[in-house]
Design a protein around this ligand. Structure first.
Ligand SMILES: [Zn+2]
Length: 196
C-alpha cells in the first residue's frame, strides 16, 4: 500500500537557503560561565566581573564602592581572577592622595579559553580513569563506605576500614565513563576544540 502526502509548507520551506548560524558571542551572562566562575572563585566573582564588563580600566575603588565591599574583599577576588588570567591591571599614582590605585580590565575571550581548557583537562582525566577502570579490579564495601582498587584492597585485607565489613568485587564503571567521555567529546567537537 502506498501513501501520498500533500506537500506541506514545512517540506517546501526546506528548499529555502538556510543562512549559516551566527557564532554566539561570548557573554558572562551565559549560565556556563557563571557556573564556572562560581565554582572556581565564588559567587562574588560573578558580581565583580559584572561590574568590570561594562568598560575598560575600572578603578578598584569604584567597583568596591558599587558592590558595597571593602577594598580588601574586592582585592581578594580580583587577585583570584588575575591568577586565572581573566583580568589585567594597571596602576596609577593618585596625585592628591599620593598612593597607587589599580585599574582593572576584564577579558571575556580569556574566560572562554579557560572554559574549554578545563573541559579538555576533564576529558584527559576521564580517559585516565577509564583506562584504570578497565585494567584493574575494584572492591567495594557492602555499606558503600569505600571503593578501592585491587592493590588498595589487598593492603586492607579486603576489610572496610570504616565498618570492618568484607569488601566485595565491584563491577567496573566502564559504561559510566564511556558515556561521560562521549558527551564531552561531542561538546568539544561542536566547538571545534577537538582535533579528531
Ligand atoms: Zn564499610
Amino acid at each position: 500500500m502506498k501513501f501520498y502526502y500533500p506537500m506541506s509548507k514545512k517540506t517546501k520551506s526546506k528548499k529555502k537557503k538556510v543562512s549559516p548560524k551566527k557564532e554566539k558571542p561570548i557573554s558572562i551572562y551565559d549560565k556556563e560561565f557563571k557556573t564556572l566562575l562560581t565554582n572556581l572563585i565564588g559567587p562574588e566573582a560573578v558580581t565583580v566581573v559584572d561590574q568590570l564588563i561594562k568598560r575598560k580600566n575600572v578603578s578598584e575603588f569604584t567597583v568596591a564602592e558599587n558592590l558595597e565591599m571593602n577594598i580588601n574583599q574586592f582585592r581578594s577576588i580580583i587577585y583570584k581572577l588575575d591568577a586565572y588570567n581573566l583580568v589585567s591591571g594597571t596602576r596609577k599614582k593618585d596625585k592628591k592622595k599620593g598612593w597607587y590605585i589599580y585599574y582593572w580590565t576584564f577579558h571575556p575571550e580569556r574566560l572562554e579559553n579557560l572554559y574549554w581548557n578545563i573541559k579538555l583537562r576533564k576529558l584527559k582525566k576521564l580517559k585516565e580513569r577509564l583506562a584504570q577502570e578497565s585494567k584493574t579490579l575494584f572492591y567495594v564495601c557492602p555499606n558503600k563506605c569505600i571503593r578501592v582498587n585491587l592493590h588498595e584492597g589487598m593492603e586492607m585485607n579486603f576489610r572496610c576500614p570504616e565498618c570492618n565489613s568484607l569488601l566485595k568485587e565491584d563491577i567496573p564503571n566502564i559504561k559510566k565513563f564511556e558515556k561521560e567521555i562521549k558527551e564531552l567529546e561531542e561538546e568539544l567537537k561542536k566547538a571545534g576544540k577537538l582535533q579528531y
